[in-house]
Write a protein of this length. Structure first.
Length: 153
């Protein structure tokens, strides 16, 4: 395991690294959300000139990687939640969905097989069943996700 970028596991080192980077990124997102402008970023040409990515075998380490992600990505991101942007293709997310993404990301589940997502599969199936009933489709396999259907038996 790299000491620069520990794998998220049960070790004290990885748990501590996880807490640090999640706290740092959460604080950066909070500051970004408080910006009054929809977009503080640069033009396409300015972004091309400004963003410099260097790749190497050792990596950057968590702190430098997060610092660069905040600098190169977050600061120049469009605020789709902004009132001047809400008519865009995708809508602002819910606060609870952002919390759910933290859980999904930390568990690194994959919906393509039961062994990688046991509880997520059941949640997905129950959600699809609820949606099916809400729209009035008949019971059965008429409304199932491609990922959950093979695992339902």
């Amino acid at each position: 395991m790299s000491t620069l970028n520990p794998i998220l596991a049960g070790s004290a080192q990885s748990v501590e690294a996880y807490q640090q980077v999640i706290e740092q990124t959460s604080q950066a997102v909070v500051q970004w959300l408080k910006q009054p402008e929809m977009y503080q970023g640069k033009s396409v040409d300015e972004l091309r000139e400004r963003i410099s990515l260097e790749f190497n075998e050792q990596g950057l380490g968590n702190q430098a990687a997060i610092d660069r992600a905040i600098e190169y990505f977050l600061k120049d991101s469009l605020s789709v939640h902004h009132p001047q942007c809400v008519a865009h293709l995708h809508c602002p997310s819910l606060v609870i969905s952002q919390a759910a993404e933290v859980l999904i990301n930390a568990t690194n589940q994959s919906m393509d097989s039961w062994d990688q997502s046991p509880s997520a599969t059941i949640i997905e199936m129950k959600l699809i069943e609820w949606l099916r009933a809400r729209v009035g489709f008949p019971a059965g396999d008429a409304a199932s996700s491609p990922a959950a259907a093979p695992r339902a038996t």
